[in-house]
Write a protein that binds this ligand. Sequence first.
Ligand code: ADP
Ligand code: F6P
Length: 332
Amino acid sequence: METIGVLTSGGDAPGMNAAVRAVVRKGIYEGLKVIGIRRGYAGMIESDFEVLERRSVADIVHRGGTVLGSARCEEFKTKEGRAEAVRQLKYAGIEGVVVIGGDGSFKGAQLLSEESDIGVIGIPGTIDNDIACTDTTIGFDTAMNTILDAINRIRDTATSHERTFVIEVMGRHSGFLALMSGLGGGAESILIPEVELDIDKVCQKLKDGYERGKLHSIILVAEGVGDNFETDRGLHESKAFILGEKISECTGLETRVTVLGHLQRGGAPTAQDRIMASRLGAAAVEYLLAGETNQMLGIVHDQVKPSSLLESLETEKEINQEILELANILSM
Ligand code: ADP
Ligand code: F6P
């Protein structure tokens, strides 16, 4: 193998740059030519390629976002689109690709690997942490810390005004961000898509808390809880606002809603995310050089662990019910 490519795809995540840097520098160290594929699979199809040198990835290990850019590409979901991508990769002499992204990107990576002889290794990069076969994903730790910072700030004003706050965090289909930052931030209730919403229970817990002398409360809700709905302005509005209204109706407590949104996706990656990204980026190069393909690399019990892309896609990453129960007990 002489030439490899690297791309970031799907929702960006802090630490993706550290992974790109590791792929480039480890690749060059091993004598490879490394090509950056810009804008994910869209750039693959359009041959948006750039040879990356050691200096090309200087000064990015600490930066959020992705210097390669990311995009969502419908064309890659078609066989023809992927065939065109393979043509472009071959034309550029790219024999192996490192795909840094979430489960959607992994679906594309898995198909690319099955439909061609290009080596494909996936690295899990998403703040959602919803990828199996790895303890966490790149970006998750940073996003949790961003949420904790927001909770701290909101708690200050919640205490001053004796208010209840509903804070919506990301997690289209998964509650990892809400669960773990809810435990770390001492949220009174944590609402996640994996557990059926029981609004009466939430209200009862709030009332009990206030009877015991609690003056403010934080309810952390993952965006995937309940269905989003269309407002008459045609915009998608968050479920958190409906929740806020319902809570204030049934408890009589003054309630405010904060949707953290995309600020959770940005910012400098934490030490944990940088270290994980650096290890996985370098390991991906080793796996490609060893002739491996159709694999994703995760970190399990502090060791780099390979799994087939298919296994990681077919395995549902389950939330830890014990953590949910613990968060509930500790916030009483
Ligand atoms: P993420 O990787 O963060 O989950 P997406 O779900 O948006 O983000 O997926 C990123 C890209 O991966 C998509 O824009 C598309 O190009 C590709 N992709 C997603 N699902 C598939 C699929 N079923 N088949 C082929 N490519 C896919
Ligand atoms: O990266 C995953 C995610 O953070 C989801 O939790 C969220 O729903 C989604 O990205 C939103 O991303 P975008 O605005 O880029 O579609």
